[in-house]
Ligand binder design. Structure first.
Ligand SMILES: [Zn+2]
Length: 345
């Protein structure tokens, strides 16, 4: 289908809101990838799951990965994917910490890919403590960013820090949504586990930012705190709060997937896969949420982006969930400019 034509009717666009761009900067993007121990093993496992050679890790990973991903999107029932950049760790005073974290995917990588391919939408990533944070935000908005993504516990971002209010106000004025990781994390190193708490999102929410809590604040590991009920309680208070069901067709995060179908929660759910995180429906079958034939039929699908959606569809998630993202994203800058309003917070 012609995605550019469908952009004009936003409710028809089926979007995967949560797909990670990965790269190593070999071709000069300025990005980097540093893997050691468990994270190196996990990266190799993910590439294998995707049908990509482990040698891609030392080649021009951006190009190999983007080409592979583009084909998967084109061969799926998804029209477009929000491709996420990945910011570096910063101190709260704005000092970058290049010595921490496992990867950096610059905003220009996803902005460039979104310009080249209508199937990709740019999800930029900006630490609000950066001294140039608002300038970078304005630049990314002008260049077509559809949302801004942060991993607070891994990038050291306390959303409740009063110093970031102007940054949230600017996002609210531009109607640029915040996709915020919530809950534990095991694919990239954690700097401060306490920052995974969705209650810290009150400040950007009060500033009027549309906030999408990634993974609906579920826990990632056995020992992580489960914040799902805290997030669900906040839905009543904040009409601008949503949750994505990314990485929830997995062994570790699927516990609350069916809870997201409750009448009071499902209108606030958007679809995302968290690609390249593996899509494994085994626990949904073990716990009786899916029968064996359905589990086997879907688990056999080779395309993980398609497999992730088909599992969710089999559980009862409808096309409304698949299409809701397009009504939240900043897809049409001209229309958005007319909606701008000054926000006090
Ligand atoms: Zn993710």
């Amino acid at each position: 289908m012609d995605f550019r034509a469908s952009k004009r009717n936003q409710f028809q666009v089926r979007i995967d809101m949560h797909i990670h761009m990965v790269g190593n900067g070999v071709a000069g993007s300025g990005g980097w990838l540093r893997l050691s121990g468990w994270h190196r093993w996990l990266a190799s496992f993910m590439l294998h799951q995707l049908g990509m050679p482990a040698s891609a890790l030392t080649g021009d990973l951006e190009t190999i990965y983007a080409r592979h991903l583009l084909r998967l999107v084109q061969e799926s029932s998804i029209d477009a994917a929000v491709l996420l950049a990945h910011e570096r760790v910063h101190e709260p005073d704005g000092t970058p910490r290049e010595d921490l974290g496992s990867m950096f995917v610059p905003n220009n990588v996803v902005l460039g890919l979104a310009r080249q391919h209508p199937e990709f939408l740019a999800g930029v990533s900006i630490h609000p403590a950066r001294r140039d944070a608002i300038d970078e935000l304005d630049r990314c908005i002008a260049e077509g960013a559809v949302l801004m993504k942060c991993l607070p516990n891994c990038q050291n971002i306390d959303f409740s820090d009063a110093r970031y209010r102007r940054f949230w106000q600017r996002m609210a004025e531009a109607r640029l949504p915040l996709l915020a990781h919530t809950g534990g994390e095991h694919t990239v190193p954690v700097i401060n586990a306490a920052l995974a708490d969705p209650k810290l999102l009150r400040t950007p929410l009060e500033c009027g930012v549309i906030v999408i809590a990634a993974h609906c604040a579920t826990k990632s590991g056995v020992l992580d705190r489960d914040y799902f009920d805290d997030w669900a309680a906040m839905l009543h208070e904040f009409p601008n709060l949503y949750g994505d069901i990314s990485a929830m067709v997995s062994l570790n995060r699927c516990e609350h997937l069916l809870d997201c179908l409750r009448n009071n929660i499902v209108p606030r759910i958007v679809h995302g896969s968290d690609f390249p995180v593996p899509v494994l429906g085994h626990r949904l079958w073990f716990q009786g949420s899916l029968d064996r034939q359905t589990f086997q039929r879907i688990q056999r699908l080779r395309n993980p982006i398609e497999r992730d959606w088909r599992f969710k569809e089999a559980l009862g998630f409808t096309k409304n969930v698949l299409g809701r993202g397009s009504s939240l994203l900043r897809l049409d800058p001209i229309q958005e400019q007319t909606r701008q309003s000054t926000v006090e917070c």
